[in-house]
Write a protein that binds this ligand. Structure first.
Ligand code: MN3
Length: 196
């Protein structure tokens, strides 16, 4: 059985940037629903029940036809959100350093240019989706709960949820305000730990 992971910090820990109300709803309702629907689908197929979620998503085509879409949406939702909680921290913000800073600087010229480009891509997602920083420094977007693993790409270093459920309670339709606030909670230590 797949389980809802702990946040690792309190629902109110991200303070003014992402409110307790959003964090509570997003984690205990939205993410819990992805986990429940994923488990319900896998329950029908004993042979795939024990597979870790990243393996399921990397090999969607190998899944039984009747659960492919459910696993894509809800397995994707579970995988993406499990990472998303770790990509944020009350001690977040600032800039990366070391090898990641070098990759960003060589590709974008400066950290600020990278932030601007990532933000523009996030604003460009029509409807619901995610924006990702990949290990080669590229920035890509996916619709819905699709994840880079489904595209045959490596695990993302960083990702941002731009579904309205991630910001509407605090920011209404102002996705740009949400993104600007989010940079203040990005957990660069965790991002850097994913590089190798
Ligand atoms: Mn979400």
């Amino acid at each position: 059985m797949h389980k809802l992971p702990d946040l690792g910090y309190g629902y109110d820990a991200l303070g003014k940037y992402i409110s307790k109300d959003i964090m509570t709803l997003h984690h205990s309702k939205h993410h819990q629903t992805y986990v429940d629907k994923l488990n319900a689908a896998l329950d029908k197929h004993v042979n795939v029940k024990e597979r870790p979620v990243n393996e399921l998503l990397t090999n969607l085509d190998a899944l039984p036809e009747d659960i492919k879409t459910v696993v894509r949406n809800n397995g994707g939702g579970h995988y993406n959100h499990t990472l998303f909680w770790q990509w944020m921290s009350p001690d977040g913000g600032g800039q990366p350093n070391g090898e990641l800073a070098e990759i960003i600087d060589s590709r974008y010229g400066s950290f600020q240019n990278f932030v601007d480009e990532f933000t523009q891509k996030a604003l460009g997602v029509f409807g619901s989706g995610w924006v990702w920083l990949q290990p080669d420094g590229s920035i890509i977007t996916t619709p819905n709960q699709d994840t880079p693993l489904m595209l045959g790409m490596p695990e993302p270093l960083l990702g941002l949820d731009v579904w309205e459920h991630a910001y509407y309670l605090d920011y209404k339709n102002k996705r740009d305000d949400y993104i600007n606030a989010w940079w203040n909670v990005v957990n660069w230590n965790f991002v850097q730990s994913r590089m190798h």
